[in-house]
Design a protein around this ligand. Structure first.
Ligand SMILES: [Zn+2]
Length: 207
């Protein structure tokens, strides 16, 4: 482990933790009650808590390569994504699921330019974004559009989970699509009625 990470542990304990000791005590005695299930990419540049300012206890997070949702698992061994969805939706009863893609996503680029030496696991996993691929030359604009199309695809896949579908239909669960543009520090939010991703603008007076 790098010295920087070990220093970080010390800084956390003497800094953030010391200032929020009470909140941590409550999170232990009351348990966690996050309202949001956040599905993001494992990419080291995507930090859900940093992006949203969410405190401990506020986000239930699943991150994997490409923020991808495989079809519902039907037995045959452990399955992390299906288990996380069941935990979030059935046990924690979250009120919203955010699928957050991002610019310059390696998983999306791999649809056009498969990485050398990728193992079978990685190749099969990346195929989950396959239907978002756009025919024709691969430009930066194509990549951004594919990243957004993949977010929409994963939201559709979420609706294949009966528990998700049931709660969305009942109006107790909302699905959101985000696209984080790393170089702008900006999140574009899917407008489900138009299919457009619209840059989020801070509310007036909210810092
Ligand atoms: Zn990514």
């Amino acid at each position: 482990m790098t010295d920087e990470l070990l220093d970080g542990l010390g800084n956390f304990r003497s800094g953030y933790f010391a200032e929020h000791r009470e909140e941590y005590r409550d999170l232990v005695s009351d348990g966690q009650h996050p309202r949001t299930f956040f599905v993001g990419c494992s990419d080291s540049r995507v930090s859900p808590q940093l992006l949203t300012g969410a405190a401990p206890g506020e986000l239930f997070v699943l991150r994997n390569v490409g923020n991808l949702i495989p079809p519902p698992h039907k037995g045959g061994g452990p399955h992390g994504v299906s288990a996380a969805i069941e935990y979030a939706v059935d046990l924690l009863e979250v009120e919203e699921i955010i699928v957050c893609g991002h610019s310059h996503c390696g998983a999306v680029r791999a649809l056009y330019d498969p990485p050398d030496g990728a193992s079978q696991n990685l190749r099969e996993w990346l195929e989950l974004a396959g239907p978002a691929r756009i025919p024709g030359p691969c430009t930066e604009a194509t990549l951004r559009e594919t990243e957004r199309r993949s977010v929409q695809l994963q939201l559709q896949r979420l609706l294949e989970f009966p528990n998700v579908r049931r709660r969305v239909d009942a109006g107790s669960l909302e699905l959101q699509g985000w696209h984080y543009v790393i170089e702008k520090g900006e999140v574009h939010i899917l407008n489900v009625s138009t299919g457009d991703f619209v840059p989020h603008r801070p509310r007036v007076g909210v810092r």
